[in-house]
Design a binder for this molecule. Structure first.
Ligand code: S3P
Length: 424
């Protein structure tokens, strides 16, 4: 029997969107004067971006939960006096490389062990082609970049990646040069939406972006919606805990981010979006999920860019669905905060589930038998959260080796899980 969650009229909230917070802090830093960021994420990743921007001369008020963030931006960054530490945050490292490519000084970016293992050539190669100088191979952090006089460019992205696309768009915006990008598939478009607010023209059609450097950054109020990637954990938790009518309000509903909703619906979960509004150029609404038995589905490669960060939690849901779920063409999972493809298959198997990797596909067979054991997360926040959510499923006893890593993207995650657990 499912329990109705909404009887109390309670609507859960999630912290601010990570992708949008990074971009708001970065653009505000290059708008001479005071900008304000409302609803910002204040997690470890967001703090990494603030730390790097402060190292480049931006004044940013402390990132405290619930506080409005003020950013005193300037036309150009100042030469940093020390290495810029991006922590665990790939978005910080990659988008900052784009901004630094248009600044005529040297800076060195580094990060934690996970980030130092992630591929950077996909960013440094096009930035060098645009006119920046990168010392060494540009393969991995730490790496030193020296901005140059960038030139009008055209580039074909090797993978559908918002981080590569955004790095190049930001480089072109700061250097005021045109840019053409061919994308294999669309990825999240927060950078384009934000740049358009500042008057930059970005034409779009037939897999090509055409950027015109027609805008200028000026101080602004940036409103950050709740993160749909965080909401996905709570919606999945409600399904696994058998709670009906769980709502998460004020969540970003940008279609380039909500691919997981279509997958939930195909698996049998009734999901609705209500109260739609526009917040600073981003669609926002209330997501509600009803209780339902789940069935396996196929997630074709074409759907993956719009749900890339939700695969860990979808794979955990698939472990409790009837039948087989196949995630096709998910090779990019190998180069996230951990090798998520391998870790998902290994951990699901280790706790008594059935999952394996076939080429670049992840295949999960669902079951109702109890799943139990210890999960190895490699300090990856989304692996840690996904398996804690799976632990809400009846008869499951799952320990996660580093639950604290949720703080990378979802402060307060443990409290929200507790709310779901108590309603069971
Ligand atoms: C992000 C883009 C995605 C995503 C990451 C955030 C962004 O990475 O996985 O969590 O904010 O642009 P890729 O661009 O590598 O796909």
């Amino acid at each position: 029997m499912s329990k109705r969650f909404q009887e109390s009229g309670e609507v859960l909230r999630v912290p601010g969107d990570k992708s949008i917070t990074h971009r708001a802090l970065m653009l505000a830093s290059l708008a001479p004067g005071r900008s304000v960021v409302r609803g910002a994420l204040t997690s470890l990743d967001a703090r990494s971006t603030a730390r790097v921007l402060r190292g480049l001369g931006t004044r940013i008020s402390p990132l405290r939960g619930g506080a409005m963030i003020s950013v005193d931006g300037r036309e150009r960054f100042r030469t940093p006096t020390r290495r810029l530490d991006c922590g665990n945050s790939g978005t910080t490292a990659r988008l900052m490389l784009g901004l630094l490519a248009a600044h005529h000084f040297r800076s060195t970016l580094t990060g934690d062990a996970s980030l130092r293992g992630r591929p950077m050539r996909r960013i440094t190669e096009p930035l060098v082609a645009m006119g920046a100088h990168v010392h060494g191979t540009g393969e991995r952090l730490p790496l030193t970049i020296e901005g140059g006089d960038l030139v009008a460019s055209r580039w074909t992205l090797p993978v559908a990646s918002a981080q590569i696309k955004s790095a190049l768009l930001l480089a072109a915006a700061v250097a005021h040069v045109p840019l053409e990008l061919d994308e294999p598939a669309p990825s999240r478009d927060h950078t384009e939406r934000m740049l358009r607010r500042f008057g930059f023209v970005i034409g779009q059609g037939a897999g090509r972006l055409q950027f015109e450097p027609s805008g200028r950054f000026h101080p602004a109020v940036f409103d950050v919606p709740g993160d749909p990637s965080s909401a996905a954990f709570l919606l999945a938790g409600a399904l696994l805990a058998g709670l009906s009518g769980l709502s998460v309000g004020g969540v970003g509903c940008n279609p380039s981010r909500t691919g997981f909703l279509a997958v939930l619906r195909r698996m049998g979960a009734p999901v609705t979006i209500d109260d739609p509004i526009d917040l600073g150029g981003e669609p926002v609404g209330t997501m509600t999920v009803g209780a339902s038995p789940l069935a396996g589905t196929t997630v074709p490669a074409s759907e993956v860019p719009a749900l890339i960060d939700e695969i860990p939690v979808l794979a955990c849901l698939a472990a409790r669905a009837e039948g087989i779920t196949r995630f096709e063409g998910v090779a990019e999972l190998r180069v996230k905060e951990s090798d998520r493809l391998t870790l998902l298959a290994q951990n699901l198997t280790a706790i008594g589930g059935d999952a394996h990797v076939e080429g670049d596909d992840l295949v999960v067979t669902g079951s109702t038998r109890p799943l139990a054991g210890r999960v190895v997360t490699a300090h990856d926040h989304r692996i840690a959260m996904a398996f804690q959510i799976l632990g809400l499923s009846r008869g499951c006893a799952i320990q996660v080796d580093d639950p604290a890593s949720a703080a990378v993207s979802f402060p307060g995650f443990a409290d929200q899980v507790e709310i779901l657990r108590r309603r069971q």
